[in-house]
Design a protein around this ligand. Sequence first.
Ligand code: ZN
Length: 613
Amino acid sequence: MTVSRVPTRPRSKAAAGAATAGIHYQITVANLHAHLFGITLTIATPRAEQVLRLPVWIPGSYLVREFAKNLQSLRCEQRGRTLAAQQSDKATWQVHCAPDQPLVVHYEVYANDPSVRTAWLDATRGFFNGTSLCLQVDGQQDQAHSLELCASEDIAHWSVATGATGQALDKKGFGTYWAKDYDQLVDCPVEMGPFWSGTFTACGIAHRFVVAGAPPSFDGAKLLADTQAICEAEIRFWHGAKKTVPFDNYVFMLNAVGDGYGGLEHCNSTALICKRQDLPRLERNTLAPTVHKQPEGYTTLLGLISHEYFHTWNVKRLRPAELARYDYSRENYTELLWFFEGFTSYYDDLLLRRADRIDNPTYLKLLTKTINGVAQTPGRKIQSVAQASFDAWIKYYRQDENTANATISYYTKGSLVALCLDLTLRTEGKTTLDAVMRGLWSRCAGGPMTEQDLLAVLAELGGRSFAADLARWVHSTAELPVAALLERHGVQIHQEPDQVAQQLGLRVKENGGLFIHQVLRGGAAEKAGFASGDEWIAVQPVGTSAQGAWRLQTLDDLTLYAGNAKKLSVIISRDKCLQQLTLTMPKASQAVRLAVQDATKLNAWLGPQSAVA
Ligand SMILES: [Zn+2]
């Protein structure tokens, strides 16, 4: 493959003859090995002082990411005459131009972020979100936009996958796509490359699944069958037998990598990342044909698929009233991420169970991990999930060594709020959370909602006010009644000794040595004086001198060398200075493990039959 500058004129015959909208973006592969997309934006009827803006964030990922830092070489012209573009802030340009003539804006975007949130381009594949590549034309956001993807010799073997509506495409998907407005344009990410592609229908809706980076052992048929089962369970969850699904096609875009994980939801597509080793394998399928024997990593991938697909309803359509209209130029605050992320997290694994992709013990194992994760986070006593949601922009998305001590995840605790609400409703016998979700969808017409809407549906279907419950679970730091509710629904709760790190109040990294990552509030490690960044070099039980201090490489080594000592002399390295600390060993703390006690009660909650009311 050669690297070449691609002419801005499209190569695709289909695209060459296509009509374009008043705002038209032409995207070329400007330089594969320099990771540069070339963009030509044509505005048919600009304003005299036309303002252009690049978003600073992408909906679904609540962090100001400053996409404009990757935009370069911007130049404007009208009828071949170069115009000056005045940059007025980090992401805004103003162009003085004639309002009755098309304004053409050329620029490049550096695309070298492997995440699902920005853009990527190299010789193996291309991927982008419109928020990274498409300048917003001030005053014309609500008009139709078109986006033209240009083929070239460099990428002759590539195809295109996107949820966008194509209007003049070649066989591989290059050509022109249309969006009714800017929001829709940037809500349809694009995957380009020599990817694996498969299709299925779920409840009559066409679905496509593309996988970039799949190894030869990849079992595409299994991934399609499992995804189809999940999609059908979720469509039936929201709509039962009614044919009112709010999208008519859907695309999964999965990038399989050596190491990575993530997903981002969109109106009729999702971009996903997983480890290659977590994909279903042909040979594994032959050796272990039952779905319940699948490797843990594949269950995690199915959970991710289930999660992002559930968002198609819960956050892309039913969404916080504050985010009814996105402001791409700044933080958009909401206290409701415990509902949109937490309740989606509750249903992602639950719907895997209902779609019969996992069994009851596997579901309880996943739930055990969530319960212990929340219990082991001291920040749950500092921050409510409503506060955690509002502060997502500066806390959840900017995690550091203090995160566990000062914050709680609106994903994990939010999912336990959903669990408590569902099991309370089921105990009282009037309704279920499933019915409440559908009631909300109906009340808010699949659009913006508030916490008051949720309370109104709960009162209507549950037969009483749930304001006090939500005030305690969502707006305070009170503990959730998880154990008591689970016991009523057929779950046995065992206590067992916690992991060593948890007993000491530490999070460590073992990377050629034992490094302290986080010191948990009130724990033995904090009392001893450990700090984030310390290297834990050696340990010696106090009162023994025969052998000197023992070198540690992993935390597991501690169980070898500490024995039953109550006090340990510890050597750490902090800023290249060796220091001695005294660690008093704590009493063994306990973690929970869940097991099936009453399968009939459990199936009434988890079983497939409760999916459709
Ligand atoms: Zn999510």
